[in-house]
Write a protein that binds this ligand. Structure first.
Ligand code: F6P
Length: 378
């Protein structure tokens, strides 16, 4: 008779609403449906490498469905293959993946459910190749993970952004100002595009489409000429002007992806004021987008993901990430997801909707998004 299956779980990368909902679903499904034992690693892959964990029971996950953050803690610096270690006031980077594998084996674990974004999925792919049985769960407010139509966390961040832009809207109208709202999203514009459409933003600027300042100013002037003497601009933190650079807010020394973006909206505001003389104000939503209770949509998606991750564990379908396709929960090999970013494309239906609504994307034509045709020479 095989013994009870023992499952490890961790939450890695930047937090987002819904992490606790996944943990709750994992623990409840593991215990209720399969009589498994569950152990939670603390602070993402850091916990696996440093052997910091706690046993998780049904009581531990009771009452956490609506909580933001993660009861396990997280880290976006703990890449097992490139692990930062402080030495003489400086970081050196060591491959500590073998330590992770040993800790996994010493605990007698059968599978590790790793909940995280692109960095976590890439680390999981590496750990799977080292011999750990892994199931991935896609998380991020950026919605930029390959292989899934949507990550959990995105809908909650989108709701927060939309509510914030709605509030900025009324004050923009009252003061006849140009208002810029900057949202997170790194190199993908999903959050900016979706919150722009949801809140009726006049101009939406995303990293995938380098903008032209003249086109933005023309749109603002036209609106003013037509009697709509205020404008709302939604901009993704990774957006940049044509021929310009992204604005880097800070560099994090011991992070695998050291760049932290933020502040492009201030640059844009002073350019708009300079060209149009219209008063332009900036609101940067930043980490506000990562906090609070998950929306009902995210609670359900997180619960479905968590339950499916345990079912895949039971069926030993290791090396896969659970995914949303249409309205169905599927799974996809982590090897197909790791190292890839899902960006807004020319064909993205939401972009088409924005254009049909008359949203200015900061360019004359979207051709910049067209993939170059590959010409095969005879
Ligand atoms: O990937 C999620 C995310 O919130 C990005 O949108 C943002 O650029 C980044 O993380 C911020 O990371 P940190 O919390 O380290 O500042």
């Amino acid at each position: 008779m095989p013994g009870r299956m023992k499952l490890g779980v961790l939450t890695g990368g930047g937090d987002c609403p819904g992490l606790n909902a996944v943990l709750r679903a994992v623990v409840k499904t593991a215990i209720n449906d399969y009589d498994m034992e569950v152990v939670g690693f603390l602070d993402g892959y850091e916990g696996l490498i440093e052997n910091r964990y706690r046993k998780l029971t049904s009581n531990d996950v009771s009452g956490i469905l609506t909580l933001g953050g993660t009861i396990l803690g997280t880290s976006n610096r703990a890449d097992p293959f490139n692990y930062p270690v402080l030495q003489h006031d400086d970081y050196i980077y060591l491959d500590r993946s073998t330590q992770g594998l040993q800790n996994f084996e010493r605990l007698g674990l059968d599978v590790l459910i790793a909940i995280g974004g692109d960095g976590t999925q890439a680390a999981s792919h590496g750990m799977a190749q080292k011999g750990i049985n892994i199931i991935g769960v896609p998380k991020t407010i950026d919605n930029d993970l390959f292989g899934t139509d949507q990550t959990f966390g995105f809908d909650s961040a989108l709701t927060t952004a939309t509510e914030a832009i709605d509030k900025v809207h009324s004050t923009a109208q009252a003061h006849h100002r140009v208002m810029i709202v900057e949202v997170m999203g790194r190199y993908a514009g999903w959050l900016a595009l979706a919150s722009g459409v949801a809140s009726g933003g006049d101009i939406v600027l995303i990293p995938e489409i380098p903008y032209h300042i003249d086109i933005i100013c023309d749109k603002i002037r036209t609106r003013n000429r037509d009697g709509r003497n205020f404008s709302i601009i939604v901009i993704g933190e990774g957006a940049k002007p044509e021929g310009g650079e992204m604005v880097i807010k800070r560099m994090i020394a011991n992070s695998p992806d050291k760049i932290r973006l933020g502040g492009i909206s201030n640059q844009l505001a002073s350019q708009i004021e300079g060209i149009t003389t219209l008063e332009t104000r900036v609101t940067i939503l930043g980490h506000l987008l990562r906090g609070g209770a998950p929306t009902a949509f995210d609670r359900i998606l997180a619960s479905r993901f968590g339950t499916e991750a345990v079912r895949l564990s039971h069926e030993k379908k290791f090396g896969n990430m659970v995914a949303l396709r249409g309205n169905e929960i599927k799974y996809v090999p982590i090897s197909e997801v790791a190292g890839r970013v899902r960006k807004v494309e020319y064909e993205s239906p939401l972009l088409g909707t924005a254009i049909s609504l008359g949203t200015c994307m900061g360019v004359e034509s979207l051709d910049v998004l067209k993939k170059e045709e590959v010409v095969i020479e005879e």
